[in-house]
Every structure is written in structure tokens, then in C-alpha cells.
Design a protein around this ligand. Structure first.
Ligand code: SF4
Length: 425
């Protein structure tokens, strides 16, 4: 018997036909119910996060896609894909629902998918089933003749939105005023490092200011690169990835002040900033913030010998309590490479964990968080939107195109290329 998808489980629980719990009853509704009205990230892990003014809004999805059954939508997606052939490539992030993943030509993390886009110059359209910053990166790395399409424009990322370009520029001005702009012993006072999960504007900021991009797979190598060129690092938007990576490199948490945007000097003293090695932006992922040390302790009691692997976007005490931490791809490979039947407790997004469990029946694999709480914004991509964008393409119309302007793309590419040179992927 095939296992119910996360979406099916949510619907069963909401209807009272299955045990378990979800973090929000709104998860059982169609995502289009949240496209109009008050802007927000929608139900799921980032529901309570503050959405910036001016975030992209999804227009109304035609009714035929809202009322069609999932089976009908699947048939329409397959038919449109067949008609389009090599003209389209569909990319699916690991955190997408199974109902989307089954149509993806590639499944991966954000950077693997951007590279997959690059590898298909023959495709005139790249449909990115992920979130906004990923589609931007794909647009930067793909050819000028290609259109990158995000099926639901409301699929942002609350973590990426926690660092906006104006706030980072304001922080940078204060740091430059404090440190001065001159290099000491050949090292710049501070190097900006942005996580891949950030807007194109911030990648461009790094490109212009001697900085670099990192992923959760290469953050340590990128920090080494930065420390060869600078006395300290300004790391945004995810404080946890920055802290966990720097701590593993032997940097004391006392030398990692948190920058809180609205306060003078980010809420720090001049001395703290002079002593700093890594200045951490006050951002976080609401999906990974849900994991706790208590959950790990319970998993160890319930399953002696369990292997606990968490994503480095989890808070530091959780990473410290786990056996291992690593990117989505690290987690996937760790399970694939386990030859003896094992028990894995995983701290990352539920769609990915449940898919791994289904793919590896030889192991026992479960999510540390017992509550079903997918990433709100990843969840905004529903087969209805995928069918809509594909059928519009068949009709010769590109909808929901994500375009990064040339100046931003060119500066962002500089920071991305520095990352590739720091570690060829
Ligand atoms: S899982 Fe976290 S970082 Fe990833 S898209 Fe969702 S909110 Fe953003």
C-alpha cells in the first residue's frame, strides 16, 4: 500500500479520518484561498512571520483549476508537458509536496536546481516549483532567451524576507563608519556573506562589496574564503546557519553578536562589534525553528541507537544535541549510504522526510516534529497552479515570469561565481 502524501494526511486529519495533528487547519484548504485578502505566507510553519510590504501577490487563479480534481490536474499537467516537450523544464525543490514532485524533471536543493536550469539551454521556459529567491537565482544563471516561471507568486520565503536590501545597506553604513573602509594587514574590515536563501538584491550587494554567497553545503568553505580576505564577516539572513557553521570552525559564540535591524549598531556596543568575528543577521527559518532538544531526547528514549540528523538552519542547541547536521542533500545521501537497516530521526521539512521514509522502507525514518507543519510558502505551489502555468505556455503565454534586472543580475553573478571558485560544485 502506498503511503499517503503529506497533503493527503493533512486532509484526512482535518476530516477526522486519521490520527495526528497539523499546525494549522488552513492547510487543508486550497492555497488560492490565501491569494487574495490580507497578504501573508499562508498556513504552515511561517504563518506568523511578518510579510514585507510590497511582497509579490498572486492574482486570482481561474476557477477551472480550483475546482478540478487532483487526478484531472495531474492528467492536464502531463498532457501540457507532453505538448511542450523539450521547450519546458520543471524543477522541484525537495520540500515540495509529492503532488508536484511527481511532475518534476529534476528534484534538488535550490542551487542544484539553478544548475539544472543552466544545463537546459534548449528549454525556453523553466518552471520553478520552489520559492521566489530560487526562481531569481535560476533567472540569473539561465540564458537570456529563457523565462523562469514561479507557479504561485505568493511563494516567497519568510527567512529571505527577513533581510531586505535597505536594512542591510543601513547596517553596512554603520559598520563602515565604525571600522573605516581601509584594509588592515591586507584584510578588509568586514566581508558580507549571504546565504543562498536571500533576494537577488542581497546577492548583488555582496557582489559589489567584495562578498560572496553560500549554501548550507558549503558554508564552512565560504567562511574560510571570507576570513582569508577579511577580519570579520557580516552573515545574513540566517543567524542559525551562520552560528552553527562558525562555531564548528572554532569561533566562540561570544564573538558572534546578533544584528537587530532597528537598533543603533544593531543593539551592540562598539566594543562587541570590534571583537566580533561573525556578525549575525537576526533571521531564521520558521520550519527549522520548530525542532527542539526535547524532541531529540524523546527520539533517543523511544529508539535507542537512533541516528539524529538535523539541518544547520536549526537553532544551535538542537544542532549540538543531534548526531549530525547537514544540508538537504547531505541528509538524503546519509540515508542512501546507510547499508544496515537503521532508525533515522530527521530535523527538516516534513515533505522531504516523509518522501525519504517512503523511498527507504528498509529504514525507519521519521520527522523529529510530531506535528505536520510544512513550509507555508513551499506549500503555496499546488498542482492547480502548475497546470495553469503549463497550459498558458501551451497557449503561447508566459505568466508569473520572474525577472531580475541586468544590473542586479550582473552583480549577483559576481558573488555566485566567487562561491563556485571557493568550491567547485
Ligand atoms: S523552509 Fe525555511 S528557508 Fe526554506 S523556503 Fe521555507 S521558510 Fe524559507
Amino acid at each position: 500500500m502506498t503511503q499517503a502524501s503529506v497533503d493527503e494526511r493533512i486532509k484526512l486529519i482535518s476530516a477526522g479520518n486519521a490520527t495526528g495533528s497539523t499546525c494549522d487547519p488552513g492547510l487543508a484548504k486550497g492555497p488560492w484561498e490565501f491569494d487574495s485578502g490580507t497578504p501573508g505566507y499562508g498556513p504552515g510553519a511561517s504563518l506568523g512571520d511578518v510579510i514585507p510590504v510590497g511582497s509579490p501577490r498572486q492574482g486570482s487563479l481561474p476557477d477551472e483549476y480550483k475546482t478540478a480534481s487532483v487526478d484531472e490536474l495531474h492528467a492536464r499537467i502531463r498532457a501540457a508537458k507532453q505538448t511542450l516537450g523539450e521547450r519546458v523544464v520543471i524543477l522541484g525543490h525537495f520540500y515540495q509536496r509529492d503532488e508536484i514532485v511527481q511532475h518534476a524533471d529534476y528534484l534538488g536543493d535550490s542551487f542544484q536546481l539553478a544548475n539544472a536550469a543552466k544545463a537546459h539551454p534548449e528549454a525556453e521556459a523553466i518552471v520553478f516549483c520552489g520559492v521566489h529567491f530560487m526562481a531569481e537565482t535560476a533567472d540569473i544563471l539561465s540564458g537570456a532567451h529563457q523565462s523562469v516561471i514561479l507557479p504561485n507568486l505568493a511563494a516567497g520565503c519568510s527567512m529571505a524576507d527577513m533581510a531586505d536590501a535597505d536594512s542591510v545597506e543601513a547596517c553596512w553604513e554603520q559598520l563602515m563608519a565604525l571600522y573605516g573602509e581601509d584594509a588592515v594587514d591586507g584584510k578588509q574590515p568586514v566581508i558580507p556573506v549571504t546565504y543562498m536563501n536571500s533576494s537577488a538584491a542581497l546577492k548583488a550587494f555582496c557582489g559589489r562589496n567584495g562578498g560572496i554567497v553560500c549554501t548550507s553545503s558549503n558554508a564552512a568553505i565560504v567562511l574560510q574564503w571570507a576570513f582569508e580576505r577579511g577580519q570579520r564577516v557580516l552573515f545574513f539572513p540566517d543567524q542559525h546557519l551562520g552560528r552553527n557553521t562558525a562555531k564548528a570552525m572554532g569561533i566562540s559564540v561570544d564573538q558572534m553578536p546578533l544584528w537587530q535591524g532597528r537598533k543603533a549598531l544593531g543593539g551592540n556596543t562598539e566594543q562587541q562589534l570590534h571583537d566580533a568575528k561573525v556578525i549575525l543577521w537576526n533571521g531564521f527559518c520558521s520550519v527549522h525553528k520548530r525542532f527542539t532538544v526535547d524532541q531529540i531526547e524523546k527520539a533517543r528514549v523511544d529508539y535507542p541507537g537512533v541516528r539524529v540528523i538535523v539541518h544547520p538552519e536549526c537553532p544551535m542547541p538542537v544542532v549540538d544535541a543531534a548526531d549530525e547536521n547537514g544540508s538537504t542533500d547531505y541528509i538524503r545521501r546519509a540515508i542512501e549510504n546507510a547499508h544496515e537497516p537503521s532508525v533515522f530521526a530527521i530535523g527538516t521539512e516534513i515533505n522531504m522526510v516523509q518522501r525519504l521514509a517512503a523511498q527507504h522502507p528498509e529504514h525507519t525514518i521519521f520527522c523529529l516534529d510530531p506535528v505536520i507543519c510544512p513550509c507555508s510558502t513551499m506549500y503555496r505551489i499546488h498542482p492547480g497552479y502548475l497546470a495553469w502555468v503549463l497550459e498558458r505556455l501551451v497557449a503561447g503565454e508566459v505568466v508569473n515570469q520572474i525577472v531580475v534586472d541586468d544590473a542586479t543580475a550582473s552583480d549577483a553573478k559576481v558573488a555566485l561565481e566567487r562561491m563556485l571558485a571557493a568550491k567547485p560544485l
